[in-house]
Design a protein around this ligand. Structure first.
Ligand SMILES: Cc1cc2nc3c(=O)[nH]c(=O)nc-3n(C[C@H](O)[C@H](O)[C@H](O)COP(=O)(O)OP(=O)(O)OC[C@H]3O[C@@H](n4cnc5c(N)ncnc54)[C@H](O)[C@@H]3O)c2cc1C
Length: 390
């Protein structure tokens, strides 16, 4: 490590590695710091992405795809299943390989990648963030940068240290538990979503197959619902009931920000991206593609700001303005929808599934499902149409 760079990126997840790569491609000297000893480990993710989305942010490699998904199915509390007609296929990724390769791509583009590097504070100078304090292999370093890019995930502290309002309401953090389980006999072409207020209050359960024997099975519940049972207890109950034969390969827990749009993600010399900037989709909790989409903008704007010798909040907020057009407006609408749909009871979910099942199969689209779900909230239908139809 040198003692000075144009840009320091904190966090080697998909958002951090993408921002580092793009900043380096745009001519900046870049340092990427990751606290874990290996990029991509542990995997705290169900690993699902849509094909259209992922292709917008990176050239897809076959070795990143664990399984190709042809359709999603929604399962109501009474067990009725709605197969959703949707033209976009999806993938269950091998995220360990994916994250690792994204960091490698950043390094090949010229960024210096350092693991076992725990950033514990920011340097500040004349009202600007001016670098980081980092512990690496037992030694403390002060490293200066014109821009610090915080991509340090849902538990981000970089933003807070810089004085940005990063705190989340309990109800806007999905607390997730997931097991990768095997010894199953499942249809690998379907990702299943179980909506049930009793089994996953304020969230949903998922079964995302990696192949016909193995799947990521998990759930997220909204943070203010974790008092009766923990997310892990809900998950164990679900797996014992639905897949009693399953053998557990791994268990992970983690949070996802399913939160309102973050009004300010930049300040003098600092930008936030990915989960650190609460960019995950508030309804699904999916944050890989959205974080990378924002990171592409952030990496470029940061490099341009360095070139222009202007890293003021005003200049860096070009990133936020661009992000607002690409993802921000959709995020606001999706959050309003989330507020409505995660209040449904099991009876509501059963009724929605029943109404949809009566329609011809080609009408089992996401838009029609939401239209049915929002029948009592007609004011939200225009938001929903914009979220799902652009
Ligand atoms: C159980 C679960 C299932 C999920 N399933 C999906 C899914 O199917 N599809 C989807 O799109 N999204 C999913 N998500 C969300 C997705 O994982 C995140 O949105 C995505 O990882 C965000 O990427 P990121 O780069 O912003 O942050 P992260 O991937 O969290 O990366 C942040 C990195 O920063 C590092 N770091 C943190 N603090 C420091 C520090 N002080 N110094 C140095 N390094 C630091 C961390 O070690 C980490 O590597 C899921 C999340 C969970 C918890």
């Amino acid at each position: 490590m040198k003692d000075r760079y144009d840009i320091i990126v904190v966090g080697g997840g998909p958002a951090g590695s993408t921002a580092a790569r793009v900043a380096a491609e745009n001519g900046a000297s870049v340092l990427l710091l990751e606290k874990d000893r290996e990029i991509g480990v542990p995997v705290r993710c169900a690993e699902a992405v849509g094909e259209k989305g992922i292709k917008k942010v990176v050239e897809l490699r076959d070795e990143w795809i664990a399984n190709k998904i042809e359709a999603i199915r929604l399962v109501a509390p009474n067990g009725s299943v709605v197969k959703v007609s949707h033209e976009d296929v999806g993938f269950v990724l091998d995220r360990k390989k994916f994250d690792y390769d994204l960091a490698e791509m950043a390094a090949i583009a010229g960024a210096e990648v350092v693991t076992k590097a725990y950033v514990y504070d920011l340097l500040k100078e004349n009202g600007y963030i001016a670098g980081v304090r980092v512990k690496h292999l037992g030694e403390d370093f002060e490293i200066r940068a014109k821009v610090v890019l915080g991509a340090d995930g849902v538990e981000s502290r970089v933003g807070r240290w810089a004085g940005l309002k990063t705190s989340l309401n309990l109800k806007d953090i999905e607390t997730c538990a997931q097991m990768t389980v095997t010894n199953l006999n499942i249809e690998r072409q379907y990702c299943d979503f179980y909506f049930t207020d009793k089994g996953a209050p304020g969230g949903y359960l998922w079964v995302f197959p990696k192949n016909e024997n193995t799947a990521n099975i998990g759930l997220g519940i909204s943070g203010n619902n974790g008092f009766k049972k923990t997310s892990l207890e809900y998950l164990k109950d679900f797996i014992n009931e639905k897949f009693p034969e399953a053998s557990v390969l791994t268990t992970v827990a983690g949070g996802v920000p399913c939160a309102p749009y973050m009004e300010k993600m930049v300040t003098n010399g600092l930008m936030l991206v990915g989960d650190a900037a609460h960019q995950a989709n508030p309804i699904s909790g999916g944050g890989i593609v959205l974080g990378m989409l924002a990171a592409k903008i952030a990496g470029r704007v940061a490099a341009e700001a360095v070139k222009a010798n202007d890293v003021s909040e005003n200049k860096l907020s070009e990133y936020q303005k661009e992000w607002d057009k690409v993802g921000g407006t959709g995020h606001r609408r999706a959050y309003r929808l989330k507020e409505a749909i995660y209040k449904f009871s099991d009876e509501d979910f059963d009724n929605i599934a029943e109404s949809i099942s009566k329609k011809p199969k080609e009408k089992h689209t996401i838009v029609n499902i939401f239209k049915t779900a929002l029948i009592k909230h007609p004011k939200l239908i225009p938001d929903m149409l914009k979220v799902f139809m652009g």
